[in-house]
Design a protein around this ligand. Structure first.
Ligand SMILES: NC(=O)c1ccc[n+]([C@@H]2O[C@H](COP(=O)([O-])OP(=O)(O)OC[C@H]3O[C@@H](n4cnc5c(N)ncnc54)[C@H](OP(=O)(O)O)[C@@H]3O)[C@@H](O)[C@H]2O)c1
Length: 329
């Protein structure tokens, strides 16, 4: 039998610098903790200074010499994303990052909410935010083997559909099997399309997707709430299939550091229905591999966020410096 991949398999991360979103809670926290334990310098942006600092202290309680930096980002606010990216680039100039982990997310918010940018909140937080953050930080990622962008997807993404006539759920809003599954399918489409574009630009940076199965975290309370909604009842029924947040973090960690993770790979738990277990290659739903949908979604995401991946083009045009374009507001 194949030996399961665990946190003990994480190679030394000394000298590596990581940005991980949503690391004050759940899967992100355990991902940050293990990376810090193995020597990485972790930049940990949360929605508030208090949340970020709290996570830094919890990591230091376990790893006293951890190199962890508290930062602030709101992925549902494009100006906050740009401000975080600008601070990071100023603090760590040049190509100075090894890993970007797009982990933060929200699930099944009961009623449609609109962000300051006019986007539906789940699409904004789970997809457009990570898209823009990746565009802004890609020029800071070292163009060398080992550099990676990991995007958190979901097993539920296989129930998703990219509804170009309803991207922001403006015509109809379905909290879980609509807005959430669409955003999470978009994450996987993005991870795969980003790899195609990195490969075309002959970049050694990898884009890899991961999903945690069903992990017990704050996600199931922060969105659907702690009450007795049908979604909450369903989640409770599925509880025997769940695992803890540490195990939920293993596919992300595998995607981020395993030498065997593949370009454009997708990793999740190996158990029944991919809900729990040890990291393995996850099944990629057919909807995530439609390249026409990927190209159309990419173009709309650049337009909506005002960000571009011009740095990918400049990899092949030596004289073209990267100039991030931003939302004109
Ligand atoms: N748990 C599961 O079973 C499961 C299954 C499939 C996929 N996932 C994915 O795994 C990822 C991590 O979720 P989790 O389960 O660890 O949930 P979690 O414990 O609720 O953590 C989510 C993190 O995202 C942060 N976040 C939410 N909205 C944000 C925003 N606007 N800006 C910045 N950060 C924001 C949260 O910050 P606050 O503390 O401020 O809310 C929190 O740190 C998500 O992408 C989720 O979709 C989870």
């Amino acid at each position: 039998m194949k030996t399961p991949w665990t946190a003990k398999n994480i190679p030394s991360q000394q000298g590596r610098r990581v940005v991980i979103t949503g690391a004050n809670s759940g899967i992100g926290f355990h991902t940050a903790l293990e990376l810090a334990r193995h020597g990485a310098e972790v930049i940990l942006p949360a929605r508030t200074e208090t949340k970020a600092q709290g996570a830094v202290e919890r990591i230091r309680a376990e790893v006293p010499d951890a190199k962890v930096l508290a930062e602030i980002i709101d992925l549902a606010d494009q100006s906050s994303i740009r401000a975080f990216a600008a601070r990071t680039i100023e603090r760590f100039p040049g190509q100075s990052l090894d890993l970007l982990i797009n982990n933060a997310g929200v699930m099944a918010i009961p009623t449609r909410e609109v962000t300051v940018d006019g986007f539906e909140r789940q699409f904004a937080t789970n997809y457009l935010g990570p898209f823009a953050l990746t565009a802004l930080l890609l020029p800071s990622i070292k163009p060398q083997p080992g550099s990676r962008i990991v995007t958190l997807c979901s097993n539920a993404g296989k129930y998703g559909k990219i509804a170009f006539d309803n991207l922001q759920s403006e015509r109809r809003y379905s909290p879980m099997f609509g807005a959430y599954t669409q955003a999470k399918l978009a994450d996987l489409i993005f991870a795969l399309e980003l790899q195609r574009r990195l490969t075309a630009a002959q970049s050694p940076i990898l884009s890899v997707g991961a999903h945690p199965g069903y992990a017990v975290t704050n996600l199931h309370d922060s969105g659907p709430g702690a009450g007795n909604s049908p979604m909450k009842i369903l989640l409770n029924l599925l509880h025997p299939l769940s695992q803890d947040a540490h195990h939920g973090a293993l596919p992300t960690l595998f995607a981020a550091v395993s030498p065997t993770a593949q370009p454009g790979g997708y990793y999740g738990p190996d158990g029944f229905l991919e809900t729990k277990g040890n990291p393995t290659a996850a099944k990629i739903p057919a909807a995530a591999t439609d390249q026409a949908v990927a190209a159309r979604l990419w173009e709309q995401s650049e337009r909506l966020t005002g960000t571009t991946f011009a740095s990918l083009g400049s990899l092949t045009k030596a004289d073209a410096p990267y100039v991030p374009s931003v939302l004109g507001k």
